[in-house]
Design a protein around this ligand. Structure first.
Ligand code: ZN
Length: 124
């Protein structure tokens, strides 16, 4: 499954693709929401690893506009709950992730991203 917590770590890995290779841009997405148990400690520990701007852009591209432009310094329970929802409960089941740098399309089918590259795209 592709959740935004995973997507936030994914950059294009095609050979010579080093510019605009993150975040990958979703299109033709089929989104499913599955409730998960909130773990505030996990979320707080994860915050420093997040690329916030990429997360906000991506969430907005999927229709979720409630994340603020800047990462809150102090989190309310409601904000943390919403972050939990965006990171861990939104699942992209079908769709594409496109690299803005090289245009490579990584398809997602049945919740599984295909990160494989063609021979000529592989770094050596
Ligand atoms: Zn690329």
């Amino acid at each position: 499954m592709v959740r935004l917590i995973t997507h936030n770590m994914l950059a294009c890995h095609a050979r010579n693709c080093t510019k605009d290779n993150f975040p990958l841009v979703f299109s033709d997405v089929e989104l499913v929401v599955r409730e998960a148990e909130l773990n505030p400690d996990f979320l707080r520990r994860f915050l420093p690893k997040l690329d916030w701007a990429a997360l906000v852009d991506t969430a907005r591209s999927l229709g979720d506009t409630a994340l603020p432009d800047d990462m809150p310094a102090e989190w309310t329970d409601a904000q943390l709950q919403h972050l939990h929802h965006v990171l861990l409960e939104m699942h992209v089941e079908e769709g594409n992730m496109t690299c803005r740098g090289c245009g490579h399309v990584y398809p997602i089918q049945n919740g599984i991203p295909n990160m494989l590259l063609a021979e000529h795209e592989i770094a050596r």
